[in-house]
Ligand binder design. Structure first.
Ligand SMILES: Cc1ncc(C[n+]2csc(CCO)c2C)c(N)n1
Length: 221
């Protein structure tokens, strides 16, 4: 039988394809993405990454499976040492100040994406929440692998691409896929459907996240 993650990956193909083709990604690759857009993305992603780490810890606290728990706790630490540390360098390169970080509110799509994952956990189940984390790991890895062969003429965008193609990172993606499959094996058909819906919704938010940056999305006032 087809692995659960292969099934949900197939269902997400139309959404992921739109991410691959999105102007944000194409312009990262071409080096033409305006720095104002990338700055907006980084400032919003800072919120996302911090909540993503927090979610790892909160899901780990609730998950029955001890191995899954350990992986999620290690993932939270890896996030701080890896991606978040790389981002500190990006903030420096772009002269993004502590003041700017402090005064930038979370934008609607970033807020909705994060809250979708918390809702999966607190109005749903830890198993669903695991499925909600997976597009983040997996989609970025596929993007990294697609973009690395061509690279980007912009050194900052090249560094962004390299983050998502590294071997360490690819290992963590494989572990997250394995955790999702093991989790799916332990639950009922209806819970697997809920896991699928959560995965697809996270995939839709990943797509919206690029557009949010391009539009420099703001709250209605
Ligand atoms: C909106 C958004 N989605 C996914 C990622 C990528 N990402 C975030 S945490 C993590 C796990 C290990 O670092 C990965 C791959 C991102 N940066 N921003």
């Amino acid at each position: 039988m087809m692995a659960f993650t292969d099934q949900i990956h197939e269902l997400a193909t139309p959404l992921w394809q739109q991410s691959f083709e999105h102007p944000f990604i194409q312009q990262i690759s071409g080096g033409t993405l305006p720095k104002s857009v990338f700055r907006f993305y980084l400032l919003q992603d800072r919120y996302y990454l911090s909540e993503f780490g927090e979610l790892h810890e909160q899901i780990a606290n609730q998950l029955a499976d001890a191995k899954g728990k350990r992986f999620l706790l290690a993932g939270a630490q890896g996030l701080k040492d890896g991606e978040m540390a790389v981002r500190e360098g990006f903030f420096k390169t772009l002269n993004i100040s502590a003041q700017e970080i402090k005064t930038t509110p979370i934008a609607p799509t970033a807020y909705n994406y994060v809250n979708h994952m918390y809702a999966a956990l607190y109005r749903g189940t830890p198993e669903r929440a695991v499925a909600g984390l997976l597009p983040c790991y997996w989609l970025y890895n596929e993007i990294g692998k697609q973009l690395i062969s061509q690279g980007s003429p912009d050194s900052l965008y090249q560094r962004w691409i390299e983050t998502y193609d590294s071997d360490d990172y690819t290992d963590s993606v494989d572990q997250m896929i394995e955790l999702t499959n093991q989790t799916a094996e332990r639950v009922s058909d209806s819970e697997r459907e809920a896991m699928t819906a959560t995965f697809l919704r996270s995939s839709a938010y990943e797509l919206d996240f690029w557009q949010m940056a391009l539009d420099q999305e703001k709250w209605e006032a």
